[in-house]
Design a protein around this ligand. Structure first.
Ligand code: ATP
Ligand code: MG
Length: 652
């Protein structure tokens, strides 16, 4: 038996120094760490000065009633003014804010001056619909500029938005409308998805009926022009109502702690939680991290984050961070394989994208599709690559750097959550010598570490639980309407520390490696083994594109490792390969981590945000009825996987 919290099995020796020219001109140097360590609150007070405050804050943090934080409490600002108007006032009205690329190939570019007019008109429209400061607005939209405009319009008048991912069902939307008591829903007739118009309005009609009476109006953007039912009393067309508004709207300043939005977590581990974010601290940290981690030069960079606005990544790194920084960005409506598997690279080439931020799930898909696809495009404009959403396997990281970044572009693996609001652990591209698969160090001003079961910090080389030890500006303020769940979920496991729910280890240099969710950790013969390490070992085999492993009850070892793998295009699925993969993991990580079974599958169960839902695979491996599948992309995937597994789970 071993009493380790989490085993440290994977060794990764590859290192990549920052490019000399990037380091020489970097926005942030190594000094920032020292500065922030010497005076953490002073550091954040300084970052808050990136924003334009109607009333400058004199207080930085009130932590007298933990874990309920107040940041920049006596400051006042308007978030939309910070994201739009001030850039126009500074003479940058002609700069493009958003290059929109529709899935069918339509495109339009919106300058900051145009964005200011659109946001002002939309704000006036919401006022006409009776929305007031303190109300909630639900947003259920495709990836089009009006989505960002709607969010900013709500923020501008002090109404909190609750964006619900456009792929969710009417039921999921109804629960979220009801939970937030939304007064207005903003939607579209539909959006384009895989070459087809895909309707949204019918789900809204259904959801509004189910939510029973809280919704007074539905504001509908015309995107696809498809036929939709229209309730003359309740529904209004965006182009008609917003179109006739004045482009003048004077933004009012709100308290720094005024609610900005509610957003539900992805639902990877269970019932989604409505996370509440507020204004001043959130905008400070999203703006700072977007500028520091991507080394953003707003005059010359073209930035592209491929996330959907319906996730926190879209909130913080499509809308608030980049716009607060006056960045020029690309927004893409559709999927990466419509109409062909080179679509992303075609867009990078077209707009000369210099900073790309995407997810491991996408990177592994591109690996599976083959190196020759990105090789057909000119990707020489790229200078920083980012990753977020899941642990990135070292092999996928190296593939990304080599095939997308021409083996010269730094990759920043950014760890954070809906709850943290902004990036927390990440390399800095001009400072850090990067290690494939590691998020490395807490950003300046952030305090994170890894602890064991008794809350003791683990030494270098040890594994355990990732915790945040000091409050940070963009932290969640509570779970909407449920302070108790907020306390129980995040603050009860370790006294005085925020527990993120993720496992992690520190390497010999003290750098942090994320090891997956602690709920997914496998207990094999007394050893706690991380899903991430076994998956990364599998992905390091040339035949494997993607892997998900789970621990299934086993009579002799407690749990046995069951691996589900997606093979790369050319690999043949046979018993010889399965045996080879088991041995490969054994040789890479040691015999303890050798999977008992390896099952090649065509697809893995993923959330709508592209994360693997291991709990469902565990249900399958242990012959249980499946748990909550409402946030799953495609439920037929589970039927396919179940058919792969013989009903007894304990044979080899
Ligand atoms: P739920 O909380 O409902 O289960 P979720 O945790 O998937 O959903 P998000 O807030 O979107 O919802 O995801 C945050 C989680 O994603 C982190 O806690 C971590 O598990 C994972 N994650 C995000 N970025 C990284 C990263 N760079 N490395 C490792 N894991 C990451
Ligand atoms: Mg989570």
């Amino acid at each position: 038996m071993s009493n380790e919290s989490l085993a440290n099995l994977l060794k990764e020796e590859r290192r990549f120094a920052p490019p000399a020219d990037l380091a020489a001109n970097a926005n942030v140097t190594a000094e920032a760490y020292e500065q922030a360590a010497a005076d953490r609150l002073g550091f954040w007070a300084e970052q808050a000065r990136r924003l334009s405050w109607a009333k400058e804050p004199t207080k930085t943090l009130d932590w007298s009633n933990p874990p309920f934080a107040k940041w920049f409490e006596d400051g006042e600002l308007n978030v939309a003014y910070n994201c739009v108007d001030r850039h126009v006032e500074a003479g940058n009205g002609d700069r493009v804010a958003i290059h929109f690329e529709g899935e069918p190939g339509d495109s339009r570019s919106i300058t900051y001056a145009e964005l200011k007019d659109e946001v002002s008109k939309a704000a006036n429209a919401l006022l006409e619909l009776g929305v007031r400061k303190g109300d909630r607005v639900a947003i259920y939209m495709p990836m089009i500029p009006e989505t960002a405009i709607a969010m900013l319009a709500a923020a501008r008048i002090g109404a909190a938005h609750s964006v619900v991912f456009g792929g969710f069902s009417a039921d999921a939307l109804a629960t979220r409308i009801k939970d937030a008591d939304a007064k207005v829903v903003i939607t579209a007739d539909g959006g384009y998805r895989r070459g087809q118009p895909s309707a949204l309005k019918p789900a809204v009609d259904d959801a509004v009926a189910k939510a029973e009476g809280t919704v007074e109006h539905v504001l509908v953007v015309r995107r696809t022009g498809q036929d939709v039912a229209f309730d003359a009393e309740r529904d209004v067309w965006w182009d008609e109502l917003v179109g006739r508004q004045s482009a003048e709207h004077t933004p009012e300043a709100f308290d720094a702690e005024h609610p900005l939005f509610i957003l539900y977590t992805s639902g990877t581990t269970g019932k989604p939680k409505g996370i509440l974010h507020t204004s001043g601290g959130y905008l400070t940290q999203t703006a700072y991290t977007h500028w520091a981690v991507f080394d953003l030069k707003p005059e010359t960079d073209v930035y592209w984050c491929t996330a959907d606005v319906g996730w926190v990544t879209g909130h913080s790194y499509i809308v608030y961070g980049p716009l607060a920084n006056g960045a020029t960005q690309v927004m893409y409506e559709g999927t990466p394989d419509t109409p062909h598997q080179g679509r992303f690279w075609e867009i990078v080439e077209k707009y000369r994208v210099s900073i790309l931020y995407t997810a491991p799930t996408a990177i592994r898909t591109f690996m599976k599709w083959g190196d020759e696809i990105p090789a057909q495009f000119d990707l020489s404009s790229l200078r920083v690559l980012g990753s977020v959403g899941e642990p990135i396997n070292p092999e996928a990281w190296v593939w990304y750097r080599k095939n997308i970044g021409a083996d010269r572009t730094p990759v920043v693996d950014t760890w954070w959550q809906t709850e943290t609001g902004a990036m927390m652990i990440s390399p800095l591209p001009g400072v850090t010598e990067t290690k494939p698969g590691s998020a490395q160090r807490p950003l300046p001003g952030i305090s994170a570490t890894v602890v064991d079961d008794e809350a003791n910090e683990v030494p270098n080389g040890g594994g355990g639980y990732l915790v945040l030890t000091e409050p940070w500006p963009s932290m969640l303020r509570t779970i909407w309407g449920d302070d108790q769940r907020f306390l129980d979920t995040y603050w009860s496991r370790f006294e005085g520390k925020y527990f993120a729910g993720d496992g992690a280890k520190k390497d010999d240099d003290g750098d942090i490696w994320l090891l997956g969710r602690v709920d997914d950790v496998m207990l094999v013969s007394g050893h706690n083994i991380s899903t991430t390490e076994v998956e990364s070992a599998l992905v390091s085999h040339p035949a494997v594109a993607e892997a998900a492993v789970v621990g299934a009850a086993d009579e002799t070892t407690g749990q046995a490792i069951v691996a589900f793998v997606i093979l790369r295009g050319s690999a043949a699925e046979d018993e010889k390969l399965v045996a080879e993969l088991r041995d490969h993991v054994g040789a890479t990580l040691g015999p303890i981590a050798k999977p008992k079974r390896v099952l090649p599958v065509a697809e893995l169960p993923k959330t709508r945000s592209g994360k693997i839902m291991r709990r469902l695979l565990r249900d399958v491996a242990e012959n249980r009825r499946l748990g909550d599948v409402t946030t799953l992309t495609d439920s037929t995937v589970m039927t396919l996987i179940q058919s792969k597994l013989p009903s007894s789970s304990s044979e080899d």
